[in-house]
Design a protein around this ligand. Structure first.
Ligand code: ADP
Ligand code: MG
Length: 357
């Protein structure tokens, strides 16, 4: 069993900066869990603590029943005894070793007999589809191939836990997409518990079975991607997950205009008590142009069309009412132009209510 449990984990770096605050997180056995959050929120620190490369200032880390860190009891298991595979952002391969020898390296460190090393290294290279590069040197490979070799080096030791820190961030868009599929396939094949750090919400949403969103060293929410998207737990998650981001309108005061209309609507129709702000995803914000009328039970308000950005498969429409700017995304030509006045609307179940902050 390779569930990873962090309980009350704190990391304060020498100099005083608290990078991780009181983290309680369970990473389910066999899951593909993404740690997601903006740069500097403590993702790498968290991963390095799981790996044993950093020691927590307080708290406990376990894998299954095995305690790896327990600060108060003085327990600390060093990285090489944790049985985890690591691939970090700068996935340095040994430049003077061939691809095969690079992959064999980890096995040699683990004292795997020579006869088995070659076989296991080749199998790992086949898994990530670079077996034909076995006799080349890293400098003779493309960035994508080097990244695959780094993955093979990790897979060869067959770890039950794979820790990956933004391993795709140096690849171009196409390769990144390809490697996402590969990583998912590898996860399915090995059944390993994967912890994958990224600041890219699309990457997290497409690969993860579970997403853990962090901000400023604190865990915000843990949920499967669809749930995270449909029921964000707070305003930060709502605005961080989704592209373009959710429209969030502050409605704390009894206001006029669009904000006031939203406030009155969620209180009366959706039966929600005084919120701090109301959110609506761009694709849930619909436009009623020409003779189309919003459904009678929907929230609707008059807005001005500011810009229309066609992007082939979708259109992004920038709208304004008073001081409020909103974005709508449609998958058919919205049939509106800058300068038009239209009604925008949303169904009650597509409105999200959050506390102020
Ligand atoms: P992320 O991976 O989410 O971008 P990090 O975990 O790398 O974030 O960093 C979290 C915070 O801790 C940042 O403010 C960073 O500057 C700080 N930090 C990271 N490593 C160290 C270190 N070795 N010493 C001091 N501060 C650090
Ligand atoms: Mg990082």
């Amino acid at each position: 069993m390779s569930a990873i449990t962090l309980s009350g984990v704190v990391k304060q770096y020498p100099g005083g900066h608290v990078a991780v605050r009181n983290l309680d997180l369970t990473i389910p056995d066999g899951s593909f869990t993404c740690l997601l959050g903006p740069s500097g929120c403590g993702k790498t620190t968290t991963l390095r603590m799981i790996a044993g490369l950093e020691q927590p200032t307080a708290g406990e880390i376990r894998v299954g029943d095995r305690v790896l860190d327990a600060v108060e009891r003085g327990v600390y298991v060093p990285p090489e005894k944790r049985g985890m595979g690591l691939v970090f952002q700068n996935y340095a391969l040994w430049p003077h070793l061939t691809v095969l020898r690079n992959v064999e390296f980890g096995l040699r460190m683990r004292k795997v007999p020579a006869a088995q090393r070659r076989e296991r290294a080749m199998e790992a290279l086949r898994k990530v589809r670079v077996a034909e590069c076995a006799d080349r040197y890293p400098s003779q490979l493309s960035g994508g191939q080097q990244q695959r070799v780094a993955l093979a080096r990790m897979l060869a030791v067959d770890p039950a836990v794979l820790l990956l820190d933004e391993p795709l961030s140096n690849l171009d868009a196409r390769l990144r997409l390809e490697m996402r599929t590969e990583l998912k396939r590898i996860h399915d094949e090995t059944g390993a518990t994967v912890v994958f750090v990224t600041h890219d919400q699309m990457e997290a949403m497409t690969m993860a079975t579970h997403v853990a969103v962090m901000n400023e060293g604190e865990l915000q929410q843990v949920a499967p991607p669809v749930e995270m998207y449909e029921r964000p737990g707070n305003r930060f998650v709502a605005e961080f997950v989704g592209s373009p981001p959710m429209n969030v309108v502050g409605v704390a005061e009894p206001l006029g205009g669009l904000a006031g209309s939203l406030l009155r609507y969620v209180e009366k129709r959706a039966g929600l008590a005084a919120p701090g702000c109301v959110g609506v995803r761009p694709e849930a914000l619909r436009l009623a142009a020409g003779p189309d009328a919003p459904p009678p039970d929907a929230w609707a308000h008059e807005v001005a069309v500011e810009t229309v950005l066609p992007a082939g498969a979708s259109w992004t429409v920038q709208l304004r009412a008073d001081d409020t700017e909103l974005f709508a995304v449609t998958h058919e030509d919205p049939g509106v132009a800058p300068g038009d006045t239209v009604r925008c609307w949303a169904r009650p179940d597509r409105l999200h209510v959050f506390a102020a902050d």
